[in-house]
Design a protein around this ligand. Structure first.
Ligand code: KIV
Length: 315
């Protein structure tokens, strides 16, 4: 079905680290999204978005797991290869899955595979100060690294759920210190997930490198969304920061274009997509635990499970 994906007319040169740094310096917002296959990657490119992440969220939205923990390096390489075939302009980032960067040597070998086999230009890993040595080792080997702070889905079993992070002063201070340490260790981009907007703004202003947010408020240098949240391919209740860009449009391409526009004109994220501190007005909608975050995947998984069991009953 697809031929010559790389030969499409591309009026703008491919995005690189320099482009992202310049966008931060110029105050131009960076529009990012996840993708898992060549067809959607090509649409993301066509829509003019800047960065594509082959996220380990694929374990939840593609594979149907409850968490990202079961995702393997082979899984990410497989999806990364497909995505890289669909892209020309956007910068391609790939997640290092759970326990694929437990030592500097392991991290280096696996990052090299993501780049050489998968076509990734940057690798992303989760962690704070404890990962600084790994980030430094990769950076010293000229590997571009994104450090993921805030809600770290690979730590879900240690933390006890998907929770907004950095609401307590002490945790917020620790996150600010971690972000600076990771930047000094050589991280080229920092990604912040599910933290109060004020903390997102503070960390962004304190770092020289671009900061991308998901549920981290409007003031980060860019935004990222899970593709399936953006296209509303999730049943049931959505994460607070998810906006359905399919509403009122008739194609995924138009939804992606509108998302890019909304990030650039800063109409996304709106206050209802953001988290506040405990005393602020912007509380997450009440759930059994009012700090637990519904992710697209745990919602779609439970809805899918219900559907499957009702289908089984009918048959
Ligand atoms: O795996 C993923 O999709 C991510 C995003 C939530 C940023 O890490």
């Amino acid at each position: 079905m697809y031929t010559h994906l790389q030969e499409r007319f591309a009026p703008r040169p491919p995005v690189n680290i320099g482009t992202l740094n310049k966008m931060k310096a110029d105050g131009q917002k960076i529009a990012c999204v996840t993708a898992y296959d060549a067809s959607y990657a090509a649409l993301v490119d066509e829509a003019g978005l800047d960065v594509v992440l082959v996220g380990d969220s694929l374990g939840m939205v593609i594979q149907g797991h409850d968490t990202t923990v079961p995702v393997t390096l082979e899984d990410v390489i497989y999806h990364c290869k497909a995505v890289s075939r669909g892209l020309y302009r956007p910068f391609l980032m790939a997640d290092m899955p759970f326990m694929t960067y437990a030592s500097p040597e392991q991290a280096l070998n696996n990052a090299v595979r993501l780049m050489q086999e998968g076509g990734a230009k940057m690798v992303k890993l989760e962690g704070g100060a404890s990962q600084a040595a790994i980030v430094e080792f990769l950076a010293n080997h000229d590997i571009a690294v994104c450090a993921h702070l805030g809600l770290k889905p690979q730590s879900v079993h240690k933390v006890g759920g998907f929770r907004v992070q950095g609401r307590e002063e002490r945790d917020a201070e620790q996150m600010r210190r971690d972000a600076k340490l990771l930047e000094s260790a050589g991280a080229d981009v920092v990604l912040l997930e599910c933290i109060p907007s004020t903390l997102g703004a503070q960390i962004t202003s304190e770092l020289h490198v671009p900061v991308i947010g998901i549920g981290a408020g409007p003031d980060t240098d860019g935004q990222i969304m899970v593709l399936y949240d953006l296209l509303d391919v999730t049943l049931g209740r959505k994460p607070r920061f998810a906006k359905n860009f399919m509403a009122g449009v008739d194609s995924p391409l138009q939804a992606l274009k509108n998302y890019g526009e909304a990030v650039r004109d800063q109409s996304y994220p709106a206050p209802e997509h953001c988290f506040g501190t405990p005393n602020a007005v912007l509380e997450a909608p009440k759930t059994k635990s009012n700090t637990s975050v519904k992710t697209s995947s745990n919602i779609s998984k439970s809805a899918a499970t219900k559907q499957a069991s009702s289908a089984r009953k009918k048959s």
